[in-house]
Design a protein around this ligand. Structure first.
Ligand SMILES: NC(=O)c1ccc[n+]([C@@H]2O[C@H](COP(=O)([O-])OP(=O)(O)OC[C@H]3O[C@@H](n4cnc5c(N)ncnc54)[C@H](O)[C@@H]3O)[C@@H](O)[C@H]2O)c1
Ligand SMILES: CC(C)[C@H](C(=O)O)[C@@H](O)C(=O)O
Ligand SMILES: [Mg+2]
Length: 370
C-alpha cells in the first residue's frame, strides 16, 4: 500500500515554543515510522518571532501555508520582549488570534484528565481529584477577544476624578448561530462521553449570557434531549471546579470564561504543561498546548513537552482519523508517568533526582515507550 503523506504546518513561535515543538515533532516522526505514514513538517513564523522577522505577528505566508496544510501544530507565542506601551505596536498574541479567526476555528477542546501517577502533583487533595476526566469546550472566535474595542482620549473626562482622560472599551458580542454551533459541539462531545453538559455563563449580569443560556437550552431541547444539561454561573464554576472537579463531564462556555477556567482546570492535573488542546472549525484544524511561552523558564531546557506531545496526539485523532495511533501516544505518556519520569513542574518531593528530566529527555522517553 502506498505510504500516506500528511503535511503539517508547524509554528514553534516564542519562548519555550521551539523547545517543546521539537519534542512534538520527534514523537510525530516516531508514530509515522511505526504506522508507515509520512508527516512532513514545515516550520513557519508566528508571534514575536514573526514580528522580528517581518514586522507582522501573522505574515500572509504563514496563514496561506496553514490553509494549504493538512493540519497545524502550534507551540506558543508571546513574551516580555514584545510588551510595548504603544497601543499600535504589533503584539505576538494577535498572530494567534488571527490564525484562529483566519482558519475559522470556533471550537477549542481542552481535555483535563488526571493521571493517577500525578495525583501528588495536583494542588488538590487526592480524594477530590480522583476520577477527574472533563473537557472544556471553549468558543474560540467570538466574544470579548474579537469585539469592537477602542482606547481614546476623552477631554470631558480629563482632570475629573484625578484621571488624565484616557478611556478604553472592549465589547462582548455573540451572534445566535455562534452559540448554536458551539452548543452542538458540546452536546455531540457529551454523547461520546458521560452524557452531561455544564453550560457556563454570567446570566445574572450579561446580555450575551442571557442569550447564551436560551440558545443552549433550545439546541438541547430540540436536538439532544437525552443529554443531561446543567447551568452554572462562571464565578460559581471557578469554585466548583476545585470543589467537585470529578462531577464535570463537558463544560461549554464563551471564549474568555473558557480561557480562564482552563488554566484553573490545568492546575488540577498538576501543571499547565500537561494541558493539550484542539482548535477545530470546518476546514484545517490547529493543535496547541493551552499554556503560553513561559518566559520564566524559556531557554533552560526544562519545560514540560507533554502538552505539546498530547496536542500532536489530538491531531492524529481529529485531523487524520488515526485514533489507534493517538492511543499509542496517550498510553506512552501514561506509562512514562507511571514509571516515575517527570519534568520539573510535575515532580514532587518523592521524585528521585535522576527521574527529573529536561525537555528533550522527556521527549526521548516518550519515543522510547512508543
Ligand atoms: N497559546 C499561546 O501561545 C499562549 C497561551 C497562553 C499565554 N501565552 C502568552 O505567553 C506569555 C507568557 O504568559 P504567562 O506567563 O502568563 O503564561 P504561561 O502559560 O506562559 O506560563 C504560566 C506559568 O506556567 C508555567 N508553564 C507554562 N507552560 C509550561 C510548561 N510547558 N512546562 C512547565 N511550566 C510551564 C510557566 O513557567 C509559568 O510559571 C504571554 O505573552 C502570553 O500572552 C500564549
Ligand atoms: C495568548 C492568548 C491570546 C491565549 C488566549 O487567551 O486564548 C491563551 O491564553 C490561550 O489560552 O490559548
Ligand atoms: Mg489561556
Amino acid at each position: 500500500m502506498a505510504k500516506a503523506t500528511y503535511h503539517v504546518c508547524t509554528l514553534p513561535g516564542d519562548g519555550i515554543g521551539p523547545e517543546i515543538m521539537a519534542e512534538g515533532k520527534k514523537v510525530l516522526a516516531a508514530v509515522g515510522e511505526k504506522a508507515n505514514v509520512d508527516f512532513v513538517c514545515e516550520d513557519h513564523l508566528i508571534g514575536g518571532a514573526a514580528i522580528d522577522a517581518c514586522g507582522s505577528p501573522l505574515p500572509d505566508e504563514t496563514l496561506n501555508a496553514a490553509k494549504a496544510s493538512d493540519a497545524v501544530l502550534l507551540a506558543s507565542v508571546g513574551g516580555p520582549k514584545w510588551d510595548s506601551t504603544d497601543p499600535n505596536a504589533p503584539r505576538p498574541e494577535q498572530g494567534l488570534l488571527g490564525i484562529r479567526k483566519g482558519l475559522g476555528l470556533y471550537t477549542n477542546l481542552r481535555p483535563v484528565k488526571i493521571y493517577d501517577a500525578l495525583a501528588g502533583a495536583s494542588t488538590l487533595r487526592p480524594e477530590v481529584i480522583k476520577g477527574v476526566d472533563l473537557v472544556i469546550v471553549r468558543e474560540l472566535t467570538g466574544g470579548l477577544y474579537f469585539g469592537r474595542r477602542e482606547r481614546f482620549y476623552d477631554e470631558e473626562g480629563a482632570g475629573a476624578n484625578g484621571g488624565r482622560g484616557q478611556r478604553a472599551y472592549d465589547t462582548m458580542e455573540y451572534r445566535e448561530y455562534e452559540v448554536e454551533r458551539i452548543a452542538r459541539k458540546a452536546f455531540e462531545a457529551a454523547r461520546k462521553r458521560r452524557n452531561k453538559v455544564t453550560s457556563v455563563d454570567k446570566r445574572n449580569v450579561l446580555e450575551t449570557s442571557r442569550m447564551w443560556r436560551e440558545v443552549v437550552h433550545r439546541v438541547h431541547d430540540e436536538e439532544f434531549p437525552e443529554v443531561e444539561l446543567e447551568d452554572l454561573l462562571v464565578d460559581n464554576t471557578a469554585m466548583q471546579l476545585i470543589n467537585r472537579p470529578a462531577d464535570f463531564d463537558v463544560i461549554v462556555t464563551e471564549n474568555m470564561f473558557g480561557d480562564i477556567l482552563s488554566d484553573e482546570a490545568a492546575q488540577i492535573t498538576g501543571s499547565l504543561g500537561m494541558l493539550a488542546s484542539a482548535s477545530l472549525g470546518d476546514g484545517v484544524s490547529l493543535f496547541e498546548p493551552s499554556a503560553g511561552s513561559a518566559p520564566d523558564i524559556a531557554g533552560k531546557g526544562i519545560a514540560n513537552p507533554l502538552a505539546q506531545i498530547l496536542s500532536a496526539g489530538m491531531m492524529l485523532t481529529y485531523a487524520f482519523d488515526m485514533t489507534e495511533e493517538a492511543g499509542w501516544v496517550e498510553s506512552a505518556v501514561e506509562r512514562v508517568l507511571d514509571d516515575g519520569w517527570r519534568t520539573r513542574d510535575i515532580a514532587d518531593d518523592a521524585t528521585p533526582t535522576d527521574h527529573v528530566l529536561g525537555t528533550a529527555a522527556m521527549g526521548d522517553k516518550v519515543v522510547e515507550y512508543l
